[in-house]
Design a protein around this ligand. Structure first.
Ligand code: PEP
Ligand code: MG
Length: 311
């Protein structure tokens, strides 16, 4: 017996609310790009490049030794390109390599990595890149090639900077790699109290944005190891000291025409979203699964601000 097809009259998923604060998405593995783009996010607030490297199962030095520099640059170009394609023309903020030595040590070639008593306070992020400008140059070469290919939606984000000195040195290396910092969008992560307190000097150095890496900013402000279960109950991104640093940076950046955003885990938490929108942050980047909720929370807070302003 034939049956009539039943018409699907269920309501469509709610449309993305329009908000003044941009809502972006974090992408840790390039394979998640399609799903991330489907959230309707305004761009990628953090694309981690570590996975592209760690999935090679070799340290960059070992990979380059085995396969050559061109193959290394190719890996980076292809990994970033997949995400940049998926989001084009929405911006994709790509973070330069930030793997602590203890993660590199587990890879082939890792025996050559320094053994550190405290890797989280050690040789990682921009410190490593500035210490080995010859290796960092390969990463910057990947960015230059992406720009040559027309991916003008790619942005460069520098991790674990402490001060303007870090920024000026990075900028010089970008220029040496054939990247025009005036033409491209680039900026820093705010992950240390020093970077928060010195954000004005970094603004003078020419950054376009400052993005809160609250996982590290909380760890370093409170001196609470983010991976230590014994102090996990003290790891609080909403601690008044952390919020004060964040609020001050947003204000300083607004005065200097620098965009602000968040790309740490806390950007997916409603309490943090409320605080940030009230402070006037430019964009919030959330985990894929949290994007929709954050969009709605941002909308609610913006509407309340609007109502309060006319009362
Ligand atoms: C952060 O520190 O908040 C951040 C986004 O970087 P990661 O978690 O990769 O250290
Ligand atoms: Mg970090």
């Amino acid at each position: 017996e034939e049956t009539e097809p039943v018409e699907d009259v269920r309501p469509q998923s709610p449309v993305k609310p329009m908000t003044a604060t941009e809502v972006k998405v974090n992408v840790s593995i390039p394979e998640a790009a399609e799903r991330a783009a489907a959230t309707g996010a305004d761009g990628v607030g953090l694309l981690r490049t570590e996975h592209m490297i760690l999935s090679l199962n070799r340290t960059p030095a070992k990979f380059i030794e085995d396969e050559g520099v061109d193959a290394y640059v190719d890996e980076l170009v292809q990994g970033i390109r997949g995400v940049a394609d998926e989001f084009y023309p929405r911006p994709v903020r790509v973070r330069t390599l930030d793997a602590p030595t203890d993660e590199f040590r587990q890879l082939e070639g890792g025996e050559d990595e320094p053994s550190e008593h405290n890797p989280m306070l050690g040789y990682r992020g921009i410190r490593r890149s500035l210490d080995r400008p010859d290796v960092f140059a390969h990463e910057l070469e990947a960015f230059r090639r992406l720009y040559d290919l027309g991916y003008d939606n790619v942005e460069i984000m520098l991790p674990l900077v402490n001060d303007a000195e870090d920024v000026y040195r990075s900028k010089r290396l970008m220029e040496e790699a054939g990247i025009d910092p005036e033409k491209r969008t680039w900026g820093v992560m705010i992950e240390t109290p020093a970077s928060a307190l010195g954000v004005e000097e970094m603004a003078d150095a020419g950054i376009d944005f400052a993005s809160f890496g609250t996982n590290d900013l909380t760890q370093y402000t409170l001196a609470v190891d983010r991976n230590n279960e014994h102090v996990a109950d003290r790891f609080d991104e909403l601690h008044p000291a952390v919020l004060r640093l964040i609020g001050d940076v947003i204000e300083r950046c607004r005065e200097h025409g620098v965009d602000t955003s968040i790309c740490g885990q806390a950007g997916s938490k409603p309490e943090m979203v409320r605080f940030l929108v009230n402070e006037g942050i430019s964009s919030i980047s959330a985990n894929i699964d949290a994007v929709r909720d954050v969009q709605h929370e941002v909308k609610r807070v913006e509407q309340k601000l609007l109502l309060d302003s006319v009362r």
